[in-house]
Design a protein around this ligand. Structure first.
Ligand code: G6P
Length: 532
């Protein structure tokens, strides 16, 4: 029997087994460790046979060879004719000739950020640049913000960031500009315009607004001096950055083989993060690199049971493709990971929300809907649906140590981290409700069906190094799932149509003639009621 058919047949058997039964089977392989990370998938609907069949499929579909393509420079993004090499950004050595440029940019970032941090590179009025305002959106925003938040309370990073602010201006909503700049002093602010293409409408508009704000606020100095001392860029498009007025020595480049959503370890993330956290960021790169190396070294059938991103990938694919769950929740029990789900949502959904295979054939199932919030907050919001409504495979992420010394509160938090997977998996039966003297008419309301899968990632501590590891774990898991579906995880044509229409609508609003427009009523209402 072909392995896919065997997997479908096996999925039907697994569906019939309640997680309660699977959890009592002590012969199951249910965890893997890497350094200070424990991945526990005991609460997933996966047995040893499932893993065996998935690893058979992985081999027969050339998954391991495809993974090697993330390191070799092969063109694995054929629709854009590009390699995919974000692993090179955190490599310590490489035979690829471009690696020299990677190291050069890294060194320039370190050099520039330490000059800013130690007051050697100052603003136009001679004041130190203690605040950083990053302008960027999508991949040029979500990753850096996730890491910046994750490290904000980590003691060493907090020390390094003392007296400094780091802000992110993403939305073209002018209110985002107000929210981010109202308490910033232009004299002490360094602006980083982050855009791979340097053409993204929102970023360009915000960059223009911020440039005008800077030039006006520092009006006693020549405009070009203000720009030179206060505005730098991260981009692959040098001509456009020059057109904007940014000197070439203030542009930190990257390459077309770095996808936006995979660009956190390029200058996109490194410049803001080195400015804020100094040398700690080197450990972030080392953490990501440690997972990159393990992912490649163990990309084979023998290594699969200890390869964390590969396990995450095959279990995720199994959940979506065979158990037919259409969503996934990312639930960090850590307020520091407040922006992690938002970042991974882009990495995952922009990569794997596709409609056809690499060769253009329609694909029935691709990536799931991804959402999440830190626990315990989410418990008081959408967990109701997860316990008694739809089945949403959950991914719990927790840390043994806290950034706070309040162990009592941390224990409280972590008790919830441990309780939720059990509640989802085991549920609560009518019999249990009966022993609690639950009135009969309330039993249907208070019953918990259970049998809801999850997995847990428990890490000793959240620091720069493990933050890099977590990033790489999820980046690679998304690639694994995309390889298994045979889709191109590295293009994103699905975002283009709406952008193009927005440009047309802008023109339509200027003309004031909405007669032919499908959103006529909305446009008329808008124009009638907007400011002035
Ligand atoms: O970095 P940029 O070129 O400004 O692109 C910013 C973002 O916008 C695009 O529309 C894509 O959806 C993202 O993948 C990208 O990261």
């Amino acid at each position: 029997m072909e392995v896919l058919t065997k997997l479908r047949h096996h999925a039907n058997q697994i569906k019939a087994h309640h997680l309660r039964d699977l959890l009592s089977d002590s012969s199951r392989n249910t965890h893997a460790n890497f350094e200070s990370i424990l991945l526990d998938f005991s609460h997933s609907k996966v047995t040893n046979e499932t893993l065996e069949l998935l690893s058979e499929y992985a081999e027969s579909s050339n998954l391991f060879t495809k993974i090697a393509g993330l390191y070799s420079g092969e063109v694995i993004n054929p629709t854009e004719g590009r390699s995919v090499l974000h692993t090179l950004l955190r490599a310590e050595t490489s035979d690829l000739p471009i690696f020299g440029e990677v190291v050069d940019v890294r060194n320039r970032i370190k050099d520039f950020s330490s000059k800013v941090r130690n007051g050697e590179f100052v603003g136009v009025s001679g004041k130190p640049l203690v605040d950083t305002l990053c302008i960027g959106i999508g991949g040029s925003y979500l990753g850096p913000e996730f890491v910046a938040e994750a490290l904000k309370t980590e003691p060493e990073c907090a020390r390094a960031a003392a007296g400094r602010k780091l802000r992110f201006l993403a939305n073209v909503d002018p209110v985002d500009f107000i929210r981010n700049t109202s308490d910033l002093d232009p004299h002490t602010t360094l602006v980083i315009v982050i855009s791979k293409t340097f053409t993204t409408a929102e970023t360009m508009m915000n960059a223009k607004t911020v440039k005008e704000w800077m030039v006006k606020s520092l009006g006693e100095f020549p405009a070009d001096e203000v720009v030179k001392k206060h505005i730098v860029a991260v981009s692959t498009n040098i001509p456009k950055t020059s057109e904007f007025g940014i000197s070439v020595e203030n542009v930190f480049g990257f390459w077309d083989w770095v996808g936006g959503r995979f660009s956190v370890t390029s200058a996109v993330g490194l410049l803001p993060l080195y400015l804020q956290y100094g040398e700690n960021v080197t450990n972030f790169l080392k953490g990501a690199n440690s997972v990159d190396k393990m992912f490649l070294e163990k990309a084979n059938r023998g290594g699969l049971s200890q390869n964390l991103p590969l396990l995450l990938g095959i279990i995720g694919w199994w959940n979506t493709e065979f158990l037919e769950y259409s969503s996934r929740a990312i639930l960090p029990y850590s307020q520091a990971l407040v922006r992690f789900a938002a970042h991974i949502q882009q990495v995952d959904m922009e990569s794997n929300g596709k409609q056809c295979s690499l060769t253009g054939e329609p694909v029935k199932t691709t990536g799931p809907l991804v959402f999440g919030e830190p626990g315990t907050n989410g418990q008081h919001s959408f967990y109701q649906l997860m316990h008694q409504g739809r089945i949403v495979p959950a991914e719990f992420i927790g840390f043994c140590k806290s950034h706070s010394t309040d162990t009592l509160a941390h224990n409280e938090l972590m008790s919830n981290f441990f309780a939720q997977p059990d509640a989802l998996a085991l549920g609560k039966t009518d019999y249990q409700l009966g022993t609690e003297k639950c009135p009969d008419h309330l039993i249907p309301h208070k019953r918990f069906p259970g049998d809801r899968p999850s997995l847990s990632i428990l890490i000793e501590n959240l620091n720069s190094y493990t933050c890099g590891q977590l990033l790489a774990l999820y980046e690679h898991r998304v690639a694994v799932e995309g390889f298994l579906w045979g889709i191109n995880s590295f293009d994103q044509f699905g975002v283009e149509l709406g952008k193009g229409l927005a440009t047309q609508v802008k023109k339509t609003i200027e003309t004031g003639n909405f007669d032919e427009h499908p959103s006529k009523r909305l446009l008329e209402f808008y124009v009638a009621h907007r400011n002035n």
